[in-house]
Design a protein around this ligand. Structure first.
Ligand SMILES: [Zn+2]
Length: 196
């Protein structure tokens, strides 16, 4: 599954990037941007586009910059796109980051679920891992140290709710764990809860 997701994204990114003219490519190369699809650590196109959007020099080429913004949005589902505040997306990196965090959360979930269903992976537990700081929305706090089995329908429900609309500052992620690791975590958190 991981390979399928990565390869699909790699091909899509290559195809999108190939639409730039030779002139555009020259400009992009001069500011340190290349396609990146063949890079060893390529994972998901949305990460490459996010990096490009943070390239200050790209902003000086508004025409090119907006093509990257459009691509970033094209990589999110329609119901999300309909709610986007484009101005905020351009100005606020916490808001902008939400979109790739959402996709990577789903990416990690799909891989873990597939591993469970096809019995090819023992990482069948998910640790919901919010990054908590001054920028985190209230709603992320409740997921701290929360463990779910990958087949838990309640997890899917909560995830759909949590990722249903852009939330500035939310940087929730998922960590897939084996059952023994998950049990150890549970114990650790339970212990903490009891002040042990
Ligand atoms: Zn969150």
């Amino acid at each position: 599954m991981r390979e399928r997701l990565v390869e699909g994204s790699r091909e899509a990114h290559k195809k999108w990037f190939s639409q730039f003219s030779a002139n555009d490519i020259d400009v992009l190369t001069s500011i340190g941007l290349d396609c990146g699809a063949d890079h060893q650590f390529f994972k998901q196109e949305i990460l490459n586009i996010f990096d490009a959007l943070r390239n200050r020099k790209l902003k000086k080429h508004p025409c090119l910059y907006h093509r990257f913004v459009n691509r970033y949005l094209d990589l999110t589902p329609e119901h999300i796109r309909a709610q986007v505040d484009r101005k905020l997306l351009i100005e606020d990196q916490y808001y902008c980051a939400w979109f790739f965090n959402r996709q990577m959360f789903i990416f990690d979930y799909l891989i873990a679920r597939d591993g469970f269903e096809s019995k090819t992976s023992k990482h069948t537990w998910l640790l919901w891992s919010p990054l908590i700081d001054n920028n985190s929305p209230e709603d992320c706090y409740k997921f701290q140290n929360k463990l779910f089995h990958v087949s838990d329908l309640n997890f899917e429900k909560l995830a759909i709710e949590h990722w249903g609309q852009p939330r500035r500052g939310c940087r929730c992620g998922l960590i897939a764990l084996t059952e023994s690791k998950a049990k150890a975590k549970q114990q650790e958190y339970h212990g903490n809860l009891n002040g042990k």
